[in-house]
Design a protein. Sequence first.
Length: 94
Amino acid sequence: MSWFAINTVVLSGTVVRDPDMKVTQSGMAILSFSLAHNTQRKVGTEWKDEAHYFDCTAFGKMAEHLAKKLCKGTKLILSGDLRQEIPEPRHAVA
C-alpha cells in the first residue's frame, strides 16, 4: 500500500441548517447537513472574512447519533473521508 492513499479530512464549523434524516429501504440511516467554516485572509493590508460551505453526509449509527445532537447553529468538529461527486452531464431536450 502506498502512503499516497491517505484520505482524511478534519473540519470545524457551524451547522448551517437543521439536518435532514432519511432511512433507506434496508433500514440504514443517512443524515445530510451543511457546515460553514469562517476564516480570515489577508488581502493587501486588510483582513477579509470568508465563509466556506461543506455538504456532509453521515451513515448508520453515526447518522442516528448526530441526528439527536445537531441543529442549526451547533458548533462541530468532524473527521472523515473526502469524496467528490461528479454530476451527470445534462442533455438538452429538443
